[in-house]
Design a protein around this ligand. Structure first.
Ligand SMILES: [Zn+2]
Ligand SMILES: [Zn+2]
Length: 284
């Protein structure tokens, strides 16, 4: 189980590696391009080469790219849908070029149309993206906190989408804060066992390929997406101990997306907290 964090890729993806190293991360997540703008520049050969040598120097674990917040595969507007498909396709191309594990994206909203209405459209969009960008990179659907009309706050919805897509390059990123907000109690052993049994039944544990490790500012089932530093929230140190001890997470990389102790994003203190929990779990 590797412990990493979201870091800035300002100045090029190669620059992210030293930032991850500096805070003690063993793997990292970056935005392949600006998450709040549609524009994206392809990764140049020069950047990809520098990135590869930095990865080799630091022996960093698997990198994941986070997709744009604008992406909406459940959109009714054909222009928004086309832009979303193109953005994800560009991110998959970047992931392939860097040899990253894949791209994590938000299933976003069905915008009041109802989940059942968007399943076919969503699935055919994902198939198109993956067909247009062959390679090893995964496309990972992120669990959502469940506010408004958001898709993917239940394992059943994610499982339905993944079955409809029918492509083995599709997987899941479990965000600990989002599933907590969606009402899945991952913080105590009994309830966590039931939650992961449900995940296995509806999605399949083999499709759990990355974790966003975030504590929660808000209560179980609140549907509110508010990340807290590890141990300072309602999942708590004991909750993360329980989670990390569960066999489902043993080979899955963890990526922090927490506010930071000094408000400067995922930082070394949070990495150290998770590492301390990991050593308690695995070294007794
Ligand atoms: Zn996300
Ligand atoms: Zn979140």
């Amino acid at each position: 189980m590797l412990i990493g964090a979201h870091v800035s890729a300002a100045g090029g993806s190669n620059k992210a590696v030293a930032r991850a190293e500096e805070i003690g991360a063993e793997c990292f997540q970056i935005f392949a391009s600006s998450p709040r703008m549609w524009s994206a520049k392809p990764i140049t050969d020069a950047i990809a080469e520098k990135y590869a040598s930095e990865m080799k120097r630091t022996m960093m674990g698997p990198t994941v790219l986070h997709g744009k917040y604008l992406v909406s595969l459940g959109a009714e507007d054909p222009e928004l849908l086309a832009k979303s498909e193109y953005a994800l396709q560009t991110d998959i191309a970047a992931s392939n070029k860097l040899g990253a594990l894949g791209v994590i994206f938000h299933p976003a909203s069905h915008r009041g149309r109802g989940f059942e209405t968007i399943v076919d459209q969503f699935a055919s969009s994902v198939r198109k993206i993956l067909d247009n960008e062959p390679g090893d990179s995964l496309l990972m659907l992120e669990t959502s906190a469940g506010s408004g009309d958001h898709i993917g706050s239940t394992f059943a919805e994610l499982g339905t989408l993944i079955k409809a897509i029918g492509n083995d390059r599709v997987a899941v990123c479990l965000d600990t804060q989002h599933v907590w907000a969606a009402g899945y109690n991952i913080a105590t052993a009994d309830t966590l066992n039931a939650v992961m049994e449900e995940f296995d039944k509806k999605i399949g544990l083999d499709l759990l390929r990355s974790v966003h490790a975030n504590d929660s500012m808000r209560e179980l089932g609140s549907s509110v997406d508010r990340h807290e530093n590890i141990g300072d929230g309602l999942i708590g140190t004991a909750g993360f101990q329980t989670l990390m001890a569960h066999p489902a997470f043993k080979r899955v990389p963890f990526y922090l997306e927490v506010p930071g102790t000094g408000k400067s994003g995922p930082d070394k203190p949070n990495i150290d907290r998770l590492k301390a929990i990991r050593s308690q779990v695995f070294d007794g």
